[in-house]
Each structure stands twice: as structure tokens, then as C-alpha cells.
Design a protein around this ligand. Structure first.
Ligand SMILES: CC(C)(COP(=O)(O)OP(=O)(O)OC[C@H]1O[C@@H](n2cnc3c(N)ncnc32)[C@H](O)[C@@H]1OP(=O)(O)O)[C@@H](O)C(=O)NCCC(=O)NCCS
Length: 232
């Protein structure tokens, strides 16, 4: 996990390890915060993957599937590392696994959203019913828990909304653990995935979806020292 707000100079320094196309993409953003999220996410990915592969972070090469999901270039990925990035508000999440599809999502909780109307559009029938049964003062948190779990699962698949949002149900009730409850049309798929919540602070909901099982989950809070340039 990384955070925004380490200062413009440090973000500039981090952008040095990005590829020219990543830097160009970052420069096209109108808002500094959007630019910063991209730079920190990509820099974090490069630093961690560079460490795992024992190569310079600016030498990491990404390729993309037809839906834009980045992965390590096959030539650098004999260990089959898979990763995913998410950013919202001040938080940037990066998750990496060996030999398992992974998706991660963080959502900044916004209290003023019309959650029932959004759920009616994006949630499955079961999720909508579960949300309607949640007490009003807990509904906003339950909504964002559901959203982050759904999005983490969608992102693990890597095909965006080609995977219908109503083709699976995740848990959302405050007393239920994060879980993929049901999948359609293949009901056995639900048993092949693990969804976990990640605690990134009180104003956020975040979730991780991993294919198979999670033997060990290590979480790291990456706080760059603004006085020290990012390692290559
Ligand atoms: C990219 C996508 C998968 C998620 O976007 P998002 O939630 O706005 O953004 P996040 O910050 O969580 O993730 C963005 C990152 O995901 C990665 N990504 C891009 N395309 C991806 C894809 N098809 N699958 C998985 N990850 C993808 C990238 O690393 C990207 O960040 P970067 O370009 O800065 O490196 C988006 O295209 C999408 O389809 N979202 C579904 C939206 C929706 O309706 N969700 C409903 C949930 S109930």
C-alpha cells in the first residue's frame, strides 16, 4: 500500500523510473492527484517487482491484455508473478502473487452517494436484497464493502465488465466475512476463489481476490522518504 502526499518533488523523482509511455499518460491528466495516483501506482509496481525479480525497477516491462490489464512481459516472468493495482483518494494498492490470478480494489467511502440507486444498477439481485436488509446507519459501509469485493473479483478476471456484474454475488452484511457467495453459470467457480478485505483506514474499503487459496498474506505500508529518491 502506498499513500499520496509525499510532495510534488518526490512524485517527479518517482516518475523517473516509469517508462516513457507511462510518463506521457501521467502528463495527460488534468488534475495533479490523478497524475500522482498513476505515478505512485506504477512506481510501487516497478519497485516491488524489480525487487522480486532482482532487476532495476526502470527495466521492468509491462504488457497489456485486450482490456487494459497490465502484466509482466513474458520474457521477465518465468516465475509467473501476477499483480494488480488500484487507487482511490490518497491510497494506492499494489498486490502481487506467484502463479495465481489476483485483483485488488480500494474505494474511498463517500457518504453522500445514492447507494440504493447505484446498487440497483450494478449489484446482483441477492446483493441488492442483502443491502436493503442492512440498517440504514451501516448501509453506506456495506455498499462500499460490496463494491470493492466485486471490483476486486472483476479485476482478477481481467476482462472488465465483459464479466457481468450480476453473474456473481459477494457478501456485504456487516456480520459476514468477505466471500464470493455464488457464481453463475458455473456454481463451482465460487469455491475456487478467495476474497479478503484489506484494512487501509477508516475512510476506505478495500478487497483482494485471489484464485485458489491464500497460503500467506503479507501486507506492507510503503511510506517513501521524500528526501530519498526511489531506488532503481
Ligand atoms: C480498470 C477497471 C477494471 C477498474 O477501474 P477503476 O476501478 O476505475 O480503477 P482502479 O484504480 O481500481 O484500477 C485501475 C488499475 O487497474 C489496472 N487495470 C486496468 N485495466 C484492467 C483490467 N481490465 N482488469 C484489471 N485491472 C486493470 C491498471 O493497473 C489500472 O491502474 P493504472 O493504469 O494506473 O496502472 C475498469 O476498467 C472497470 O472495468 N471497472 C468496472 C467498473 C464498475 O462498473 N464496477 C462496478 C463494481 S460493483
Amino acid at each position: 500500500m502506498g499513500r499520496l502526499g509525499s510532495g510534488r518533488a518526490h512524485v517527479e523523482a518517482m516518475s523517473e523510473i516509469l517508462s516513457p509511455d507511462e510518463r506521457q499518460r501521467a502528463e495527460r491528466f488534468h488534475f495533479q492527484a490523478d497524475r500522482e495516483r498513476l505515478v505512485v501506482g506504477r512506481a510501487l509496481a516497478r519497485i516491488v517487482l524489480g525487487h522480486l525479480l532482482d532487476i532495476r525497477s526502470d527495466e521492468i516491462q509491462f504488457c497489456y491484455n485486450d482490456f487494459g490489464k497490465p502484466s509482466l512481459a513474458p520474457a521477465q516472468n518465468s516465475a509467473d508473478f501476477q499483480f494488480n493495482v488500484s487507487h482511490s483518494g490518497d491510497i494506492v494498492l499494489f498486490a502481487v502473487t506467484a502463479r495465481r490470478a489476483v485483483g485488488v480494489d480500494v474505494e474511498q467511502i463517500r457518504e453522500n452517494l445514492e447507494v440504493d440507486a447505484i446498487a440497483a444498477r450494478f449489484f446482483s439481485t441477492r446483493e441488492r436484497a442483502d443491502l436493503a436488509a442492512v440498517a440504514a446507519d451501516q448501509r453506506c459501509a456495506a455498499f462500499f464493502a460490496c463494491w470493492s469485493r466485486k471490483e476486486a473479483f472483476i479485476k482478477a478476471g481481467g476482462v472488465g465488465l465483459l464479466r457481468g456484474l450480476d453473474s456473481f454475488d459477494v457478501s456485504l452484511k456487516p456480520d459476514e466475512p468477505a466471500m464470493l457467495l455464488q457464481t453463475r453459470p458455473d456454481p463451482t467457480e465460487a469455491g475456487r476463489w478467495v476474497i479478503r478485505d484489506l484494512d487501509v483506514g477508516p475512510r476506505y474499503k478495500a478487497a483482494l481476490a485471489v484464485e485458489g487459496s491464500i497460503c500467506e498474506l503479507k501486507t506492507l505500508d510503503w511510506r517513501p522518504d521524500p528526501g530519498v529518491p526511489p531506488c532503481r
